[in-house]
Design a protein around this ligand. Structure first.
Ligand code: F6P
Length: 329
């Protein structure tokens, strides 16, 4: 059997662990030949492929990023993209594709499978943990660890200067990183995109924290917005610190963590999850379970339709968010 593999969308710690597991199991256990396509769907559209054997994946398990490169190329948006993609798959004599990606990349896999019969098996990834098909995505645990370490470090500088410190974390649509890192780091306020925040309430929490003789740490997801619909120019973290300073008279600073959260070595949990996803994706290909994606349910890796990974977002449950409220202020 000849199997192609690609990584699409934003990079994420654990991608290399999946690639390694696919190659190790596919080549060593089933005797397949595995080809990597460079830069996500772009590599398939352009016929940019590289053979992947066991020596090619040696040492990549702890490495961040993806050795195959990534892009957000959509073959449906490229002139003649789907025809070229199918031609290149035929040229490579590819029997199946293992597609590692988030909603965008897996959505393309779903369309290629249903509309064009391209045999795809998905592996869900995103640091945002917002794919409903799976309990956890790899990359999330690493991102939360990085954000938590940043919050830990910011506590001491906040206290030393008696300043408000706002930490902006990733999450355009969902607040999973903010919620988990905020709880793990002992933040005094956590703001998520799922629930608009009341600026007066936030300022009251800040004031009460100072009354207790501590400087507050606020964790805000990049997609969080105020309830009055006020326009937020640029970074919400920067904007929030400015508003807090203006309204409370306290000094405030912002740290925008940005892509640091996506970089570097995956945590042990993410290596474990990504490796298991890779191994199970190979078995899904062996069983010709095309149009599915692997997913974690509890501690089991299962197969679900690709559409289930792409049709909506998994948002933070209001009850979970409410739980965290006990620490606010
Ligand atoms: O989806 C992952 C993610 O890291 C989001 O949290 C973030 O908003 C986005 O990607 C950033 O994308 P880019 O790297 O294209 O700026």
């Amino acid at each position: 059997m000849r199997v192609g593999v690609l990584t699409g969308g934003g990079d994420c710690p654990g991608l290399n662990a999946v690639i390694r597991a696919v190659v190790r199991k596919g080549v060593q256990e089933y005797g397949w030949s595995v080809t990597g396509f460079r830069d996500g769907w772009r590599g398939v559209v352009d016929g940019d492929a590289v053979p992947l054997d066991v020596p090619a994946v040696r040492g990549i398990l702890p490495r961040g990023g993806t050795v195959l490169g990534s892009s957000r190329t959509d073959p449906f948006a490229v002139p003649d993209g789907v025809r070229r993609l199918k031609e290149n798959l035929a040229k490579q004599r590819s029997d199946a594709l293992v597609v590692i990606g988030g909603r965008g990349t897996l959505g393309i896999a779903a369309r290629l499978h249903t509309e064009h019969g391209v045999p795809c098996v998905g592996v869900p990834k995103t640091i945002d943990n917002d794919l409903p098909a799976t309990d956890w995505t790899f990359g999330f645990d690493t991102a939360v660890g990085i954000a938590t370490e940043a919050i830990d470090r910011l506590h001491t500088t906040a206290d030393s200067h008696r300043r408000v410190l706002v930490v902006e974390v990733m999450g355009r649509h969902t607040g999973w990183i903010a919620l988990h890192a905020g709880l793990a780091g002992g933040a005094n306020v956590i703001l998520v995109p799922e629930q608009r925040f009341d600026l007066d309430q936030v300022c009251a929490w800040v004031a009460s924290r100072f009354e207790a003789a501590y400087a507050p740490i606020l964790v805000v997801a990049e997609g969080a917005r105020p309830s009055d619909g006020a326009p937020v120019p640029g970074s919400v973290g920067e904007w929030l610190a400015g508003e807090i300073a203006r309204r409370t008279g306290q000094e405030a600073r912002t740290t925008v963590l940005g892509h640091v959260q996506r970089g570097g070595s995956p945590s042990a949990f993410d290596r474990w999850l990504a490796t298991r996803f890779g191994l199970h994706a190979v078995d899904a290909v062996r069983d010709r379970a095309y149009g599915t994606t692997v997913a974690l349910r509890g501690t089991d890796v299962v197969r679900v339709p690709l559409a289930a990974a792409t049709d909506r977002l998994k948002t933070v449950d209001p009850a979970l968010y409410a739980e965290a409220g006990v620490f606010f202020g």
